[in-house]
Design a binder for this molecule. Structure first.
Ligand SMILES: [Zn+2]
Ligand SMILES: [Zn+2]
Length: 364
């Protein structure tokens, strides 16, 4: 089985032949069909979000169930699936309270399977981690059955892959906000894969103004296709001032889909009195932002994080598939570049350069 393996940060991934064990109880083997090029993997490659290595990265994917282990009941061989990067345990406190997107057991076991062991080894016997228990930059993966969400035959696999991360995180992070109502004003900082989907989420929620902020004009142009009604290049003008001007004092909801001290502070300042700032993007480990506390209180603002759509990933997937099949969200249009597995490093170079849309690895 071939996979792209990261042995060291700041070095290219290597395509390597790995030994893969059979699925254990409750696990399945999935033959990969499509895998998205997401910034969260890039943060591991650059060392901004360190993890254990060697590791197979990739957490946005879709594939077909090829083998089922003992006791598997939720999927069968041949099922086409969206993959969840939080295959949740179902019985921890977070799962019990409906927040399976932040499952405690999943977080504790991390890049190993639920029994604490590995399914991948190099030929010399070194154990290899699977990012988010998935590691979709591989020809096949052994994962918990809960990672698999079966989909209808009419959903293309590149679309299904994107639903597994950027669409769930972006659209879900907007539509699952409890206080969002029709006619509200929304700003989205960052127009990468998640940002474009946050724009689509705002369009679904009938936002009256949807303001996209980025530092690249070509990405902002592209953002119009996904629901932006106004654009701001934050290299050319102060986005906080511009948003306040456009919305008479600030937006009801501001989303930081990039994840950085600068963008979170911009989102917070651009939020109106009584409004909500939502941080969706992952900043480098250890980074903090400065929030003026008196202003937080006197202007009665809300500052929240949103992970994987703020709700159960499977619940979000079901809604997104309906929206997609009814033509109410555009997922195929996000895919601007397609690659083979051996071109993975080129795919991440394109992401690093700030090219618009999403790159996807297509498997044979
Ligand atoms: Zn992702
Ligand atoms: Zn759990």
């Amino acid at each position: 089985m071939k996979a792209a393996v990261l042995f060291e940060s700041k070095k290219p991934m290597q395509i390597a032949e790995l030994d893969q064990s059979e699925p254990k109880t409750g696990e399945v083997r999935v033959k990969m069909s499509a895998a998205g090029i997401c910034a969260s993997d890039h943060h591991v490659m650059t060392g901004d979000n360190p993890t254990l290595m060697p590791i197979v990265l990739g957490h946005e994917g879709a594939g077909v169930v090829e083998t089922v282990g003992p006791g598997v009941s939720s999927v069968k061989v041949g099922d086409r699936c969206v993959l969840s990067f939080v295959p949740n345990c179902g019985h921890c406190r977070s799962c019990r309270t409906g927040l399976s997107n932040i499952c405690d057991t999943n977080r504790l076991t991390g890049t190993r399977q639920y029994d604490g062991t590995f399914r991948l080894r190099t030929p010399d016997g070194t154990e290899v981690h699977q990012f988010a228990k998935l590691g979709v930059f591989a020809e096949s993966i052994v994962v918990p059955q809960q990672a698999c969400y079966p989909i209808p035959d009419d959903v293309p696999m590149d679309v299904a892959a994107l639903i597994g991360c950027s669409v769930a995180t972006g659209v879900g992070g907007v539509i699952n906000q409890p206080n969002m109502r029709a006619g509200m004003t929304v700003a989205v900082i960052g127009t990468g894969g998640v940002g474009l989907n946050a724009l689509q989420g705002a369009r679904l929620m009938n936002a009256s103004k949807v303001i996209a902020v980025d530092i690249f004009d070509h990405k902002l142009e592209f953002a119009y296709k996904f629901g932006a009604t106004h654009i701001i290049n934050s290299k050319e003008q102060d986005p906080v001032y511009a948003i306040q001007e456009m919305t008479d004092g600030g937006v009801d909801f501001a989303f930081d889909t990039f994840g950085h001290k600068i963008t979170t502070e911009q989102a917070y300042k651009a939020t109106r009195k009584g409004g909500t700032t939502v941080v969706v993007g992952l900043a480098p480990d250890g980074m903090t932002a400065e929030i003026p506390l008196v202003e937080l209180v006197r202007n009665q603002k809300t500052l929240v994080g949103s992970y994987y759509g703020s709700a159960s990933p499977h619940e979000t997937f079901g809604k997104l598939l309906e929206f997609y099949r009814q033509g109410r969200i555009d997922v195929g249009g996000l895919v601007t570049r397609k690659y083979k597995l051996h071109e993975i490093n080129e795919a991440y170079d394109a992401l690093d350069r700030g090219e618009d849309g999403r790159g996807v690895i297509i498997f044979n």
